[in-house]
Design a protein around this ligand. Structure first.
Ligand SMILES: [Zn+2]
Length: 326
């Protein structure tokens, strides 16, 4: 059961209210990226259409991959299965969690490059669903309806209205750094540098990532973010075992700095101080101008150069990994 998030912050750890509120509002505006495209967006749009979007529309969709039965992680372990893009089936503290699950074959004109390897019906019953923000490649209503079975869903502040008719038992909205508890798990919405509008005018919607803390290990899902100092603070507040980090969509046609490139994602991984990194947000949907094969190649090269390659675990869509406590 999820406690009232407002009651989960202890009085001793909460700063004076006036200071806290002011700081939060300033912080959110600093981390919220505006909608205005950067000069040169017309050419970037044409390049994206011609070099990425149209070729993927014309190419046949690749078949899904199958890696056998999903592993069952013990309560002390962390299990993660990549569902594609930012979507994961995670097992933390013995509970089954779905994060940003999207099974759409099309997101508008963006064609999913391969069939999903693990569908909703391949998953065991889901105890809890987490959504990082309302963008269509993270919050997909038809996908959520496939999973919903009266369990709770946690979303950032201002996103709950979008999921109210999906079939979830309870909708919990969190502000940045606010936590909710679910059994032995503590779920905290972490800051990100991004934006939350699903359309254009609904810029009030929140966005972020999640710390999912069990008594033995912590999983971090970054959500979408560009580089910012917040990663250092996230690392200070938690000892992270596994970080799910986005590495693609760093050349958006708009030119807005809304995502990290692979080297920045590695920087962020080191800033949060996690033991292991699993890359995500690449090779699933064509959303950005960089060549589709580039993010993972750059990531692997940079990780080798930094001699942290053994801490980066690349998963294929549908593939799982189980991480033991240190
Ligand atoms: Zn986004």
């Amino acid at each position: 059961m999820i406690d009232d998030p407002l009651s989960t912050s202890s009085a001793t750890s909460r700063p004076p209210r006036r200071f806290s509120l002011r700081r939060r509002v300033l912080g959110e505006s600093e981390n919220k990226i505006g909608l205005r495209p950067v000069e040169g967006w017309q050419k970037r749009n044409m390049d994206f259409l011609n070099q990425v979007l149209i070729p993927t529309i014309l190419a046949p969709r690749k078949p899904g991959c199958h890696y056998g039965d999903l592993p069952v992680a013990s309560p002390e372990q962390i299990g993660v299965t990549w569902l594609g893009h930012a979507g994961f089936f995670a097992q933390v503290g013995g509970l089954n969690i779905a994060i940003d699950p999207v099974w759409a074959l099309w997101l508008g004109p963006a064609k999913r490059l391969r069939h999903p390897s693990v569908w909703a019906h391949d998953l065991p019953p889901i105890d809890l669903v987490l959504i990082t923000h309302a963008h269509h490649d993270h919050l997909h209503l038809a996908s959520l309806r496939k999973l919903a079975a009266a369990q709770p869903i946690i979303v950032p502040e201002g996103v709950g209205s979008l999921v109210k008719n999906c079939g979830f038992g309870r909708i919990v909205e969190l502000k940045t750094w606010q936590s909710a508890t679910f059994g032995d798990l503590r779920i905290t919405l972490t800051p990100a540098r991004h934006w939350g509008a699903r359309m254009i005018h609904d810029t009030h919607r929140g966005f972020g990532g999640y710390l999912i803390q069990s008594p033995s290990q912590t999983l971090y899902h970054c959500g979408d973010s560009s580089m910012f100092d917040g990663f250092t603070e996230i690392g200070k507040r938690s000892r992270i075992d596994v970080a799910l980090m986005p590495i693609g969509a760093y050349q958006p046609p708009s030119g807005r700095p809304v995502h990290m490139n692979p080297e920045e994602a590695l920087d962020a991984f080191e800033m949060v101080g996690a033991r292991h990194m699993v890359p995500m947000h690449f090779e699933t949907y064509p959303l950005s101008g960089e060549p589709l094969h580039e993010p993972i190649e750059r990531l692997e090269l940079a990780a080798k150069e930094r001699e942290i390659y053994d801490r980066v675990r690349r998963l294929r869509e549908g593939e799982s990994a189980v991480f033991c406590p240190p």
